[in-house]
Design a protein around this ligand. Sequence first.
Ligand SMILES: NC(=O)c1ccc[n+]([C@@H]2O[C@H](COP(=O)([O-])OP(=O)(O)OC[C@H]3O[C@@H](n4cnc5c(N)ncnc54)[C@H](O)[C@@H]3O)[C@@H](O)[C@H]2O)c1
Length: 259
Amino acid sequence: MTPVVRKVLVTGSGGLIAGALVRDLADRYDFTGQDIARPSHPTVPTTVGDLSNMEDVRRALDGMDAVVHLGADSRQDAPWSSVLPNNLVATRNVFDACRDAGIKRVVFASSNHAVGMHELDDPYSRIRVGDYEGLDPDNVPQIDHTVQIRPDGHYGVSKAYGEATGAYYAENFGLEVACLRIGTVNRANRPMDIRQLATWCSHRDIVQLIRLCLDHEPLRFDIFYGVSNNKWRFWDIDHARDVLGYAPQDNAEDYRDSI
Ligand SMILES: NC(=O)c1ccc[n+]([C@@H]2O[C@H](COP(=O)([O-])OP(=O)(O)OC[C@H]3O[C@@H](n4cnc5c(N)ncnc54)[C@H](O)[C@@H]3O)[C@@H](O)[C@H]2O)c1
């Protein structure tokens, strides 16, 4: 199927997820990158700039059809002094500049940490440490896109703020916004500990989700979890399946013996 959008700005193009995205989908989209640091992916022409600077954002957006907004301080324990410019101001700048430039579609990299406190409730608190006593993996109530926002730090707050900002620009200015509450995407591309047996998202599954969010019609505002089809996952993928046709290919359970 011919994609709806072609020219796509990837913010944070020097980062991990951006690397997987441009590697796998370079023949589908005309990617341009933007990062505060010069990235090493030779396949993406990159503008070096700071997303907390509106002029840098406007320059990077020139001529684009859509944005995948990955640029941020991605550390769960990032200090407020970094979260404020790199996550809050930057995200507001991206949405505001998209509105001004007439760019409709934004895929925003949110995080499971926007709702991270749910994970400390039973049974998730047990699953994350591998205590499966009395639990049936097929009947674990899933944390879905309708749960209360319960961030577990400034980083999680910044992702909840990004979702709220996306909703504001969608409802008031007609942007089309998909927020991905991403689980754990890592360089090894496999679960590295017991928690990640629940939270892991493979490179090809997160790339599939981003592609679906770029191409899907119609889209107004929605939230999806970026997680593979893990046996012990506790974040919902039915909504992404129903709305987008997400069909994850990986399951962390296949790696249990190597942990
Ligand atoms: N990897 C994960 O497991 C995971 C989980 C949940 C959410 N996310 C989110 O997905 C996005 C991508 O994650 P990642 O793992 O590739 O992160 P990453 O840290 O590898 O990449 C982020 C990139 O953003 C750039 N950046 C930071 N501040 C910037 C600024 N002010 N202007 C321009 N560029 C800036 C950094 O230089 C970096 O290259 C992030 O927003 C992150 O919070 C990732």
